[in-house]
Design a binder for this molecule. Structure first.
Ligand SMILES: C[S@@+](CC[C@H](N)C(=O)[O-])C[C@H]1O[C@@H](n2cnc3c(N)ncnc32)[C@H](O)[C@@H]1O
Length: 259
């Protein structure tokens, strides 16, 4: 395989001015992962042959990496067009011994997946309706929801499913950004983080991912002085762990819940 120019991350700030372009990776699906993100997570938190789930798989970035890194990949997306695109992006030759499965599905109802069966979850929800993936046409598409509370209520059902399907002592990584409404900051990522903690996950890492190449940046750069705000140029990559049933969480009190 070509030299990827890939380097494993070792700090809590990740910045990829050049997104990886190996095999079928490309940036044409709006808001998709730089492949360095799932690659780092897969290498750190899973082993060859493990089953990795991305329940909002979009263009398939996570599963391209599971295929390259010899893991079994399972991807769902509520949008049939995204499922087709992910399947196309996965149609390259490789020596992977494990299957990559992509299907239409809803993160809030992962009925096909058994309890405690997944070794690693990597996911990336819409950030409210900032990017609308189906323009209101698909029932259940979280990118149709503009109201923060409603978005959190719906996504909370998905978080319960992520908890159910993940094996104990394994990890769930989620990339999520914040937004601004009426000139004020909406910390969507922290609201979502609290829902994970409420569900029972514990926080392993909070990684700041620096944003690059965002299509709307040139427009907003011109507005910062006029409307007196700072352009949001980071997202949060939270890594949660599902604790063991038998685990004594007292020592993790402040990684799980303060309130
Ligand atoms: C930010 S994109 C994911 C991009 C992906 N990480 C990639 O690299 O291509 C969010 C995805 O969530 C999907 N989605 C929205 N609501 C969903 C739901 N309820 N269940 C499953 N997928 C959903 C959208 O169709 C969209 O593809």
């Amino acid at each position: 395989m070509q030299d990827l120019g890939f380097k494993k991350e070792i700090t809590t700030v990740w910045s990829f001015p050049e997104r990886g372009k190996w095999v079928t990776h490309n940036g044409s699906y709006r808001g998709n992962f730089a492949p360095q993100i799932p690659r780092n997570i897969i290498l750190r938190y899973s082993n060859v042959g493990d089953t990795v789930l991305d329940p909002m798989v979009g263009s398939g970035t996570t599963l391209i990496e599971t295929k390259l890194l010899n893991r079994k990949g399972i991807g769902f997306d509520i949008n049939p067009d995204s499922v087709e695109l992910a399947k196309n992006n996965l149609s390259f030759d490789s020596e992977c011994k494990y299957e990559q499965i992509v299907k239409i599905g809803d993160v809030r109802k992962l009925d096909d997946i058994d309890d405690n069966s997944i070794d690693l979850i990597i996911t990336h929800p819409p950030y409210l309706n900032i990017i609308k993936y189906s323009n209101g046409k698909i029932e259940g598409d979280l990118s149709n929801i503009s109201d923060v509370r409603k978005f959190c209520d719906e996504f909370e059902k998905g978080i319960a499913e992520l908890y159910r399907v993940l094996k104990e002592d394994k990890f769930c990584a989620i990339l999520i950004g914040d937004t601004r409404k009426n000139g004020h900051y909406i910390p969507l990522s922290y609201y979502v983080m609290r829902l994970f903690l409420k569900q029972g996950f514990v926080l392993k890492e909070d990684i700041i991912k620096v944003q690059h190449n965002c299509k709307s940046t040139p427009y907003w750069e011109k507005q910062v002085e006029k409307y007196n705000f700072y352009l949001i140029m980071h997202e949060h990559l939270f890594i949660f762990r599902k604790p063991k049933k038998t685990e004594n969480l007292t020592r993790l009190k402040y990684s799980s819940r303060l309130f």
